[in-house]
Structure formats: C-alpha cells, structure tokens
Design a protein around this ligand. Structure first.
Ligand code: HEC
Length: 242
C-alpha cells in the first residue's frame, strides 16, 4: 500500500518536474517581451510640410469655371495625347478602348452609340440624366477611379489643375457648337444654365449657344447649389434625346 502511494507521489512529482522544465525552457526559447503599453503603437507622423500643403491644395481646389477662364485649348491639345491611345475625338470617330469623345461637353454620360460602358459608368449616368458638365469632367479626369469607382477607364488622372483645364478647354472645341464657357465667378451657374446647352446639343439651337455666353453670368445669383446635383435637375432635357 505504502509503496503504491510512494509510486503515485513519485509519478506526480515526476510529471510536475517535467512540465516545469518544459515550461521554463520554452519560456527561455519563446520569450515574449511584454510591451510597456498594450496594443500596437501606430506611428502617424504628421506629413512633412510639403505633402500637407499639397493635400490641402487638392482639397481646396480651384473651381473649373475659374480655371477655364484662363485655360489654353492649344496647350490642351498636347495633353490630349495622353488620351488618344484609347479615344478618338473627331466627329463620327470610332470607339476604341474608350468611346469617341466628340462633343463630350454636356453630352449625357455613357451615351455614345455602340460603346459598351461599365456598370458603374452606366449607373452614374442615371439613365442619361447626368451630363458631362465642366465640373463632372474636371472631377472625373482628375481621378477617374475616385470619381466613378469601378469605371473601366484605366487612366490614373490629371492631378495638375492647369493641365486639366487646358485639356477640357480643348475638349470643348471638339463640337459642332462649343458649349458656352462657365462664368468664372459662379461655378454653380453653368449647371443652372444647363438646359440651354443641352438643347444646343440638338444642333438646331446652335445659333443660340454663343449668346449663352452672357447667360451664365446672369444666372450667377444662384450660387447656392454647387455640385453635380443641379445636373440631376436637368433630367427632362436629356430625356428628349431618346
Ligand atoms: C487606357 C485607356 C484610356 C485612356 C488612356 C483614357 N480613357 Fe477615357 N475612357 C476609357 C474607357 C474604357 C472609358 C469607358 C469607361 C466606363 O465605361 O467605365 C472611358 C470613358 C471616358 C469618358 C466618358 C465618356 C462617355 O461617353 O461617358 C470621358 C469623358 C473620357 N474617357 C475622357 C478621357 C480623357 C480626356 C482622357 C485623357 C486624359 C482619357 N479619357 C484617357 C479609356 C481610356
């Protein structure tokens, strides 16, 4: 009996001894430093002055209306070289990787015949209610994938404001009747005046378009609306296109 107890105790002690040895040894091998503070330290150093400045500049971007006032269409033609691998821009030009861009300003989004647009682009068009206003073009060309997530346009974007403005000024000229430039001091105005250029797209009203040059300025008192929203309001006009 006694010897059984002794054996039992011995076995137990033996086990404990082995366990402790393993524990101590592994502690030695896999020693984990306990950090003074729990959790990961996420070092988010303030961006260097230069970067921060650039970010801020991007956030407070100059309205395209203002930029277009001093844009240079001829310089924009050179910028358009970045687009020609995928786009033609002549009247009746073929669709390539991207759709033909003739008359793109104020053209309803995702509306070019014979081109298979991506689902996100089609969705963005809201059935043709949304047009390529100067604002929309500027935002899209600055960062296509940011403005229309999932777009099939594989182009990084034109970050430089002046380049973008010059390009858009050039795109504007690629039309039977270029859409009136927006009033520089009222970015919202062109959107309000949208119904007129939309009509002009029907070519008939062409002579009226140059007169519209003055129109946006008069529409200026309504600068409350800013973004793409007013374009949605213009829904009835493009509907007539179908
Ligand atoms: C790598 C090819 C590629 C390049 C480069 C490219 N695009 Fe595109 N672009 C496309 C494709 C593809 C689409 C259709 C996108 C979709 O359906 O999502 C498109 C669509 C567009 C649209 C919308 C057209 C519509 O009918 O709604 C505009 C505007 C446009 N591109 C302008 C430009 C301009 C300006 C440049 C040059 C700065 C440019 N793209 C460079 C491929 C390209």
């Amino acid at each position: 009996m006694n010897s059984y107890v002794n054996m039992g105790v011995g076995a137990l002690l033996g086990t404990v001894f082995v366990l402790m040895t393993v524990s101590i040894t592994s502690e030695g091998i896999f020693h984990a430093e306990v950090p003074e503070k729990e959790g990961y330290a996420i070092v988010a150093e303030a961006a260097s002055e230069g970067e921060a400045g650039a970010d801020t500049a991007a956030a407070a971007e100059t309205p395209i209306a203002t930029l277009l006032a001093s844009a240079d269409a001829a310089a924009g033609e050179a910028v358009f070289k970045k687009c020609v691998s995928c786009h033609t821009a002549d009247k009746g030009g073929a669709n390539k990787v991207g759709p033909n861009l003739f008359g793109i300003v104020e053209r309803p989004v995702a509306s070019h015949e014979g081109f298979g647009y991506s689902a996100p682009m089609t969705e963005f068009s809201q059935g043709g209610a949304v047009t390529w206003t100067y604002d929309n073009l500027s935002h899209f060309l600055a960062a296509p994938k940011k403005f229309i997530p999932g777009t099939a346009m594989g182009f990084a974007g034109l970050k430089k404001e002046d380049e973008r403005a010059n390009l858009i000024a050039y795109l504007r000229t690629l039309a039977d009747t270029p859409v009136a430039l927006p009033a520089a001091d009222a970015a919202a105005a062109p959107a309000e005046a949208a119904p007129a250029p939309a009509d002009a797209a029907a070519t008939e009203a062409a002579p009226a378009a140059p007169a519209a040059d003055a129109a946006p300025a008069e529409a200026a008192p309504a600068p409350a609306a800013t973004d793409a929203a007013p374009a949605t309001d213009a829904a009835p006009a493009p509907a007539a296109n179908n």
